[in-house]
Design a protein around this ligand. Sequence first.
Ligand code: UDP
Length: 278
Amino acid sequence: TRYKPICVMHFAAFAYVGESVTDPSKYYGNNITGSLSLLDAMRRNGVDTIVFSSTCATYGDHDGVVLDENTPQQPLNAYGASKRAIEDMLKDFGASDGLSSVIFRYFNVAGADPDGEVGEFHQPETHLVPLILDAIDGKRPALTIHGTDYPTPDGTCIRDYVHVMDLVDAHVLGLRHLLDGKVARGAHEVFCLGTGNGFSVREVIDQSGHVTNRPVPVSEGPRRAGDAVKLVSGSEKAVAVLGWNPARSTMPQMIRDAWRWQDGVARQLHGQAAAQRV
Ligand code: UDP
């Protein structure tokens, strides 16, 4: 064989919280069996290190406390449950085969490549920041707030948003950590990737209006099934152990970078998608 991989970064999964509640089979089926196939292939080929994308959706509700790597996982939806199951698989393959893993529990990822060349484009789009920017841009009539009666100061859910470029940095640091032998053979190391700052849905809407200097059309709707009230992380461990510095993860910077992307390439993609539907 021409290539001899030394480590795998495993990002692939279905990742819509709401859909995972209505169609859990899709989530258990794809996320778990897909990961199992990958781990088996790694085992067959003697690849024994992996960086895995897990999620704050594995935590569920914890009365608003700041979450960290030791907080018990009690997912509220099949997406989070499938990711927790894969974390368990990594631990079990560690014990059986000496697999060493770095597990990143991402909080809410936002932003785009600052040059505006690479960004997120989901069909359908379900994520808050791109949907707000679509509403600002007139691509949708309004942003619907999913639930305004949560036990938070303004009644909307609170999340911890992290810039995708900071997430990229974390992966390079995690890879180095593994390849430098900092994770013992068969062991796993979990890192929460958030900033420790929580923003409510209404706060993200307000800041998006400020950054783009445009009004945000908003409507209020019911809660979305599977949503935790508040998911905010301490990132002390990633900072201390990996030397991670999530410097781009301020809300205005994430919105600015996402807007540059949405205003450019994403608009062309929307145009192409619309043309294909005709
Ligand atoms: N949200 C919302 N309206 C939308 C999309 C999302 O109010 O159209 C809320 C959602 O209920 C959650 C937060 O925004 O509280 C972030 O949702 P998103 O889907 O972006 O990420 P998730 O938390 O599911 O990973």
